[in-house]
Ligand binder design. Structure first.
Ligand code: TRP
Length: 434
């Protein structure tokens, strides 16, 4: 079986696909609004500090465990110790649950792309958005379409599907982003947005904000559901894994920063609020687009950009469970993907309806969408990371790593895996429980 496993066609293919996984809605949709809710620049400083220190460790660890074991999640955990396979199984389950709500937002993006002409003529964007997501049929169809697109590329395999999609969508994303940043920086009063992003107000520093930054950092780097472990397992030989991790972190942060530089100057230029939450991208921005010359084209470009980011991440979310099905159940990739399409759709459809006709159906006091978001982002992702760090810190002998340059960094990494990251994660999980 092992000989049949796919491998990346080149180092570039691996790096761009891993960056494609990291750069997603987390950067362009979530990062600006979480930053807006947590005080702007001070959040950014904390986030960058965390991403370069605490997050570096689990990211390298996930990729390394994949590369070392050359197995999908369940098999990888099992290879470390057969008892751990049940923990491994939590990864594809998390993946399926995350995809159910992530792909709904993907469906919304498709709507905003298709309606680019109409969008400039709306009078109340908030009302338009809440009416649209509450519809019973149309958002469901769009969600199904988005699931289909992600699953389709995954089904075509590593070389012809996953790599190809990333090689097309990622450069497109970068070009559109730079184009929109230039437009945004040329709006009147753009510097107010930049000040908000880059001039820290230390009075806003608090523990809750630090945890929000940590949660955002883990989510944006795609840590915690075996997506990167699976990608790591397709690496043939690579003695420069640490360098790849730096590249992933640097690129992901650059994309998030550029997304901020694209969004905040526009928001401030039009005297709007930066802390409008999840509606920032779907309500505030379209309103801004409607007020600038060629706004409909700019809006189109923006939502295509968001689509590119979401698809490449969506593919990585599907690939984890897909690898588990193909390798453990001996299924063909196509069959596994067809099955995943059905499973994800069955969860995603009621979740989509939770904005409308199923709005009164509550799980632990939350709508299905909020519950899935909460369960996966606040609890499952950090728990999976916690488990994997402890497993590799305590059971996988670090000495065999041979990826870090010297004894000192090996010891730091070891202490990080065994103590520092788990403690940070426990705080995150406890805060998430509230
Ligand atoms: N990192 C992606 C984003 O920022 C989302 C994502 C893809 C993800 N794969 C993941 C999040 C795995 C957690 C785990 O949008």
């Amino acid at each position: 079986m092992e000989n049949n496993r796919p491998v990346w066609t080149s180092k570039y293919a691996f790096i761009i696909t891993a960056i494609g996984s990291a750069v997603g809605l987390g950067n362009i949709w979530r990062f600006p609004y979480v930053m807006g809710q947590n005080g702007g620049a001070i959040f950014l400083v904390t986030y960058i500090l965390l991403i370069c220190t605490i997050c570096f460790i689990p990211l390298l660890n996930e990729l390394y465990v994949g590369k070392l074991t050359k197995k999908e999640c369940v098999g990888a955990y099992e290879a470390i110790n057969p008892k751990f396979k049940y923990f491994g199984a939590l990864n594809p389950i998390t993946g399926i649950l995350i995809s159910a709500f992530y792909f709904i937002v993907g469906g919304w993006i498709i709507n905003y792309i298709c309606k680019w002409k109409l969008l400039s003529q709306i009078s109340d964007y908030g009302e338009y958005f809440s009416k649209f997501i509450a519809e019973p049929v149309y958002p469901c169809l769009l969600t199904l379409l988005f699931i289909f697109i992600c699953v389709y590329f995954t089904a075509r395999g590593l070389k012809n599907g996953i790599e190809k999609a990333n090689k097309i969508f990622m450069p497109m994303l970068a070009i559109l982003l730079i184009f929109l940043v230039i437009i945004s920086l040329n709006l009147p009063d753009a510097q107010k947005g930049l000040e908000y992003m880059f001039k820290p107000d230390f009075s806003k520093l608090n523990f809750h904000m630090v945890l929000a930054a940590l949660g955002q950092a883990f989510f944006t780097l795609s840590i915690g559901m075996g997506a990167l472990l699976t990608y790591g397992s397709y690496i043939k030989e690579d003695k420069t894994l640490v360098k790849s991790v730096y590249t992933i972190i640097l690129s992901d942060t650059t994309f998030a920063l550029l997304a901020g530089i694209m969004i905040f100057p526009a928001v401030f230029s039009f005297g709007m609020e930066p802390n409008s939450g999840a509606g920032l991208v779907f309500v505030t921005l379209p309103k801004i687009f409607s007020q600038i010359p060629f706004g409909d084209l700019i809006s189109f470009a923006f939502f295509v950009l968001l689509f590119c980011a979401a698809v490449t991440s969506g593919i990585s979310i599907v690939e984890g469970p897909c690898a588990t099905l193909t390798e453990r159940f001996n299924m063909s990739r196509q069959k596994a993907c067809a099955l995943l399409f059905v499973i994800i759709s069955l969860i995603a459809i009621p979740t989509t309806l939770s904005f409308g006709i199923l709005g009164d159906f509550k799980v632990f006091g939350k709508t299905l969408f909020d519950f899935l978001d909460y369960l996966t982002s606040n609890l499952m992702l950090p728990s999976n990371t916690l488990i994997l760090c402890l497993i590799s810190g305590w059971y996988l002998k670090i000495k065999g790593y041979k990826i870090l340059k010297n004894k000192f960094s090996e010891s730091l990494f070891d202490i990080g895996l065994k103590f520092i990251v788990p403690i940070a994660l426990i705080f995150l999980i406890i805060a998430g429980l509230k």
